[in-house]
Structure formats: C-alpha cells, structure tokens
Design a protein around this ligand. Structure first.
Ligand SMILES: Cc1cc2nc3c(=O)[nH]c(=O)nc-3n(C[C@H](O)[C@H](O)[C@H](O)COP(=O)(O)OP(=O)(O)OC[C@H]3O[C@@H](n4cnc5c(N)ncnc54)[C@H](O)[C@@H]3O)c2cc1C
Length: 390
C-alpha cells in the first residue's frame, strides 16, 4: 500500500485538515491493518470466527475507548479520530472493525448516564480490553419500531428479573456485558402506568442469561452475531442504567453517535471498493480505460461526498452539539455510496470482481448490512423529513 508518512495516500488531500493527533490515530490504524495478513482477513469471514485477540490488541493500542477521556482509561481522542480509524479498518476489512464500533457505542451510555460506581466497574476494563461490550436493542418483533420492545423487567427485592429475547446482537456470543433495553413493569407485573423502556447493564454470568442461536449471515461475518435470551435473568438493582423509563433516550443518544461510526465504516468500504476498481482498470489497456474514465469519476465523487458528510457529522459530535439529522444523512449517504461503488466495481472488474483477494465481494456483502443496522436507511430518511416538518 502506498502511503504518506504512514498515512493512506488516498487521504493526501485531506491531511491538511487533520490535527497531529488525528493523523497519529490514522497512522496507528493503518499500521494495525498492515500487520494482518490477507489470509487472516479472509479466514474470519469464511469461518465466521471472532478474533478476540485482535480486539485485545486494538485495545492495547488505545483504540478500545479512543473517544473517551483518560479519567476512566480512555485515550482522550476526538470523534473524528475514531472515524478515521473506522474508515481505515473498513477499507481493509480488518476483522475486528464492527465489534470495536459497537464496543464504543456501548461505553457511551455508561459514560453519559451511568453512576460513578458503574463507570468505575465497566469503563476502565472496556478500555483495556478485559471486557467486550454488546448492544441489545433489536428483538424478533421490534426492529425499527423500538416502541414494540417486549423484553420485560420487574423489580423483585434487590434484583430486576428480565425475560425476553434480543436478536442480531453484534459480538453477542463473545461479549462480557450488554446494554439491554427492556420494558420495566410495575412490581405486580402490570404494564399500566409503568415506567416503560429502561436500560440495564447485564453481565454474561448473570443467572438466567443465555446465548441463543448464532447467525451465519451474508455479510458482517466474524462478529459473533447471535440472539441473547433472558429467562428470569437476575440483574442486580445497581445495574439499572439511567432512570426508570429513560431507555429510549439512553439508546437513541448512543445510536446518534453510532451512526457516525457506521458512516465512517461505509466510507471505508466505498474507498476499498474504489481501490479495487482502480487496480483492475489500471491493469487494462489504454483504449478500454478511456471508456471507463466517466464511470470511475462518478465513483470517486460518491466516495468523497460520503467522506465530506461523515467528517462533518464527526465534527458536529466533537463540537458538543451532536446533530442527529446530520448523523442520519451521513449514514445514508455513506452506506448507499458503499453499496453503489461496490456494485459498479464488481461490474467493472467482471469475473475478477468476485475473487476474494480484492475484498470487493466481501465489501459488497458488508455494505448491504450497513444500509440496515443502527436504523435502516428508509427510517433515517423519515427522521430527516420529520426534523424539518415538525
Ligand atoms: C449485521 C447486523 C448487525 C446488527 N447488530 C445489532 C446489534 O448489535 N444490536 C441490536 O440491537 N441490533 C442489531 N442489528 C439489528 C438492526 O438494528 C435491525 O435489523 C434494524 O434496526 C432493522 O430492524 P428489523 O431487521 O427488525 O427490520 P424492520 O424494522 O422489520 O424493517 C423491515 C423493512 O421495513 C422497513 N420499515 C420498517 N418500518 C417502516 C416504516 N414505518 N416506514 C417505512 N418503512 C419501514 C425498514 O426500513 C426495512 O426495510 C443488527 C442487524 C444486522 C443486519
């Protein structure tokens, strides 16, 4: 890979906009990706296996809690730095990318809504890689419609008793703790006048917690994605996160930042697909190339538009005035760009496009998932419209 001072060459025209700290994190991500062989990258996808060792190595490099202050073990970087890491990891299909994104997504509510005891218990060990975190929102009958959450919690003495199933949980079969959104009932089990959706921190060793079916998916493989099941799961009273009834606020606040992370990943996929297309086209004859310039120019435009919106959304997070609508726009633009660039690049590369060495078919499969998770692009479009129409 050609680079400028350890930095990816395709970002050369952006470097003057990055701080030294942002460049440092980008160089770290590039070096981390350099150390992983293509064979390893392909294996985590074909064998659908999670690389805990890579997760721990990433945490040792300071990537496990990059955008959190050092008070709880974080690296004190800004969100744009974390975006640059995600973009580089996705471009190279680094096997730990998605779990790292979700891990940071889960620390956000603990950092923002947790009490001091919870912060001390979960954040330093998340930063150093002892704990891996996962996010439990989606249920078999509650995806886009979070109001339909059917997992219940009921206070009984010093414990909450949780019952229900969460599905499509990234890192689910490998995580040590979970941020779980559950419907808090009254103590007699009734719903009427109950606080409603409430967040809990559930550890994998709590009684009544089980891993359900594991998924063998089209894309985003190698991330231990599975169902998690609560059967009279006993959660200490101290593990409620935020106030009773604050669950949607806790979840949506984290997802607003998480969507910027997804936008970064998708920008990386789009760039990775473009890299592959350029490789194939560069190797073709001059006459053939002339006809392809128009198409390639359009793909570059898609990648750079996704990148511009993603960096803008990250800067909005860093300003402290996180703009949810901007995050939604970046997520849509970047994941749609990734899907489009990967599709066109496969067409351009013809039969080579399906060879696993180019990572193009892998990016094509992963990009499809990007359009769906952390809020489908259809729902994000509706949120954007509603923000203007309200
Ligand atoms: C790879 C992967 C990883 C994931 N990881 C996690 C995770 O870690 N934690 C977690 O909690 N969840 C996770 N998810 C779940 C993901 O967030 C949901 O799949 C997503 O929110 C959509 O929910 P759903 O699948 O139930 O689809 P549905 O909500 O049933 O939607 C189906 C289709 O209908 C459309 N639709 C739905 N409602 C409307 C409407 N009102 N108007 C117009 N169109 C509508 C949607 O856009 C979609 O196209 C993951 C999913 C994938 C694919």
């Amino acid at each position: 890979m050609s680079k400028t001072d350890g930095l990816p060459a395709h970002l050369a025209k952006h470097l003057s906009l990055f701080s030294n700290d942002q460049k440092k994190w980008l160089a770290k991500a590039a070096a981390f990706a350099d150390a992983i062989s293509l064979e390893e990258t392909k294996r985590s996808d074909t064998e659908n296996t999670f690389r805990r060792d890579l997760f721990e190595a990433a945490c040792k490099d300071g990537l496990g809690a990059l955008p959190f202050p050092s008070t709880y073990g974080g690296s004190g970087g800004d969100y744009l730095s974390f975006v640059l890491v995600n973009e580089e990891f996705a471009r190279r299909c680094v096997p730990v990318m998605s779990s790292l994104g979700v891990h940071v997504l889960c620390q956000e509510p603990v950092y923002k809504h947790g009490n001091e005891e919870q912060k001390q218990r979960y954040l330093p060990n998340s930063a150093n890689g002892k704990y891996l975190a996962a996010f439990g929102l989606t249920e078999p009958n509650a995806g886009s419609d979070t109001a339909a959450i059917a997992t219940t919690a009921k206070l009984s003495g010093d414990e909450y008793i949780l019952n229900g199933t969460k599905t499509f949980i990234t890192s689910g079969a490998s995580a040590d703790y979970f941020i779980v959104m559950s419907r808090l009932l009254n103590e007699d089990g009734s719903k009427e006048g109950s606080p409603g959706i409430t967040a809990f921190i559930v550890e994998k060793d709590f009684k009544g917690f089980e891993i359900g079916q594991k998924f063998d998916m089209l894309g985003m493989r190698g991330y231990s994605t599975c169902e998690i099941v609560f059967s009279d799961c006993r959660v200490p009273k101290a593990n409620i996160l935020g106030a009773p009834g604050d669950g949607r606020k806790v979840a949506l606040g984290s997802l607003a930042k998480g969507r910027v992370t997804i936008a970064a990943q998708a920008t990386g996929w789009a760039q990775g697909a473009l890299d592959a297309a350029l490789k194939v086209v560069s190797a073709s004859g001059a006459a053939e190339r002339g006809q392809l310039d128009y198409l390639i120019g359009g793909l570059v435009l898609l990648v750079e538009s996704a990148r511009a919106l993603t960096y803008q959304a990250a800067r909005s997070v860093d300003s402290g005035e996180s703009d949810v609508t901007l995050a939604a726009m970046a997520k849509i633009q970047a994941t749609d760009a990734a899907m489009k660039v990967a599709t066109e690049a496969i067409s351009l590369a013809q039969e080579r496009g399906l060879e696993s060495d180019l990572l193009l078919e892998r990016i094509f499969r992963d990009a499809k998932a990007g359009q769906i998770y952390e809020g489908t692009n259809q729902i994000q479009r509706m949120l954007i419209a509603r923000s203007l129409l309200k």
